[in-house]
Write a new protein. Structure first.
Ligand code: KG4
Ligand code: ZN
Length: 335
């Protein structure tokens, strides 16, 4: 194997058409993201049918843009990494077919990557991953504590029993008529709020699991009750109380896992890792565990992108986790 490894990476699992070129797993040569958010905003959520059509329109353009931005020619590329799943099946198909086509044309290895594994490996752009590692994965579709003894060795310690935390943010934002995506809007609004409303604490049978649907329903019931009683609703205070309750659960479970497992490196991953209050709370948490390393992904790497798929793909490539050309996208792919 020549010394440097350059991978082309493609991500299309939801509403971002993204292509990156990554050298040796942690050097970004190009990272282009074409977001569809403006279009889905009109519907207050991602419309799967529209998402896949927009991916079809964008994918070739974004591939060409990224290759040009990286100042590469295809013969310099060693493999094609792509998001195989989980995600919206129509969207996943577009990136998968593009990756398979390039891999076939160049006769280069095809490297399937799990979207959430990509989110975890996004931290490699900040700091080398050290093991044993604990990742709190928080996105629109996932809320999981993942334990890794080594690269590409994943154990799910706990996960949400119902809604993902990002999904709860988006649904509560909709109840408050804030817009889409709701996470950043609640994050901002909560900064101007203060404690006012009593929202329930959540208990799960297995202590490292999560649950957010009870909290979401409590917000819904509270809003309905205030409306019925013609009482004013302080949106900023409700955003504040919802956020504090939701994040307290994330912190509590992460701390439990830190105490139960031997952990060297704690990382945050996924779209909700952009949350300013969660980042603050994680920085406070690590003060109590000064012998552990904390990495919080840069903001550009919290939202969906292909660079993180290239970082994870590099580790897969080194381990010869290569797929045949008949590999298919999987909406519910397991880690
Ligand atoms: O990782 P991601 O881009 O997509 C999935 O893989 O699901 O995460 C998107 C989620 C959305 O639910 C969005 O509302 C949430 O991340 N999010 C946030 C923030 N920024 C994005 N949630 C809370 N606070 C934020 N600042
Ligand atoms: Zn994601």
């Amino acid at each position: 194997m020549k010394q440097d490894v350059i991978l082309c990476a493609i991500e299309s699992s939801c509403d971002e058409t993204a292509v990156a070129f990554i050298k040796n797993g942690n050097e970004v040569l190009a990272n282009i993201v074409a977001s569809q958010i403006d279009i889905h905003q009109r519907f207050q959520g991602v419309m799967p049918e529209i998402a896949s059509r927009l991916h079809v329109e964008q994918i070739s353009i974004v591939i060409k843009q990224a290759l040009k931005a990286a100042a590469l020619t295809w013969d310099m590329v060693d493999g094609i990494a792509f998001t195989q799943g989980p995600g919206l099946i129509g969207s996943l198909h577009v990136g998968t077919i593009a990756a398979k086509t390039i891999a076939w044309y160049l006769n280069k290895p095809l490297i399937p990557v799990h979207h959430i594994v990509g989110h975890i490996y996004g931290n490699a752009f900040v700091s080398e991953l050290e093991f044993p590692l604990l990742a709190l994965v928080v996105s629109g579709g996932h809320t999981e504590l993942v334990y890794m003894q080594d690269h590409y060795d994943f154990e799910i310690l706990g996960q949400t029993l119902d809604d993902a935390v990002g999904e709860a943010y988006d649904k509560v934002a909709r109840m408050l008529d804030l817009g889409y995506p709701g996470g950043p809007l609640i994050d901002d609004l909560a900064k101007t709020g203060e404690p006012q409303y009593q929202l329930p604490l959540v208990h799960t049978q297995h202590e490292l699991d999560f649950s957010f649907s009870g909290l979401k329903s409590a917000v819904h019931n509270l809003i309905s009750k205030l409306k019925r009683q013609n009482q004013p609703l302080n949106k900023a205070n409700l955003a504040y109380d919802f956020q504090e309750r939701a994040l307290a659960q994330l912190l509590e479970k992460t701390e439990l896992a830190l105490n139960q497992y031997d952990v060297q490196h704690l990382v945050l991953a996924g779209g909700v890792a952009a949350n300013s209050r969660l980042r603050e709370l994680f920085n406070e948490l690590i003060q109590v565990h000064p012998n552990k390393k904390l990495t919080i992904p840069p903001l550009w790497c919290t939202t969906d992108n292909a660079a993180m798929i290239g970082a994870a793909g590099y580790e897969a490539f080194k381990r010869h986790l290569i797929a045949d050309l008949d590999v298919a996208a999987q909406a519910n792919l397991k880690m």
